[in-house]
Design a binder for this molecule. Sequence first.
Ligand code: MG
Length: 228
Amino acid sequence: MQLLFDGYTEEEYEAGTVFCVGRNYVEHAEELGQEVPQDPIVFVKPANALRHGSYNLIEYPPLTHELHFEGELVLLLRGGGRNIHAYGPADVIAGYAVGLDLTMRDLQSEAKRKGLPWMISKGFDGAAQVSHFIPFESSPPFEELGFSLWVNDELRQRATTNQMIFSPEMLLPYISRVCSVRAGDLLFTGTPQGVGPLQVDDKIVMQLHTTNPEEVLLDFHAQVTEWQ
Ligand code: MG
């Protein structure tokens, strides 16, 4: 699968590793009844999970009764390799998007209880939804970004990057100590409070914006359908 800069540049990236950060907002950790982490909680999603576009379908997976949306800011990475330190953001970050870290919460909770991996609960087909990207060069600085998520026209999540516990400047050195970062890798930066269940036919809208929600940088639309 390839990732495209929709309507902005000719640049395109073949999708690589989908890195995700868990519990990167204090109030989301609290709403799940979890401790605020001392170190980043990092996991990955497999290639089958990725869906890229502006108008996406979300198939409701058959194993769950509790499919949760987690709206997140997503970084498209340009590379960097191992042991990224003191980098210039333009050397590592190729663009910004919004996305959904879809989670079968009932299965994930059971996996957490049993100390088992999250792969099935967060790695099913379509579990990593990501919008088109705005190129780094056309975007306001990371510190001035925010996003919002609506389900059926009701605002459910809104956050700005200054609410994150771990910034990319902290996450990328942490991850790249042992995982090489390559062009086309994605970094889901965690979800703020407000996660919740989805039902078939629900319509999701996300917007990437500045710290002012009216300064919209891009839109993402998705609709939940039956599993095919
Ligand atoms: Mg998440």
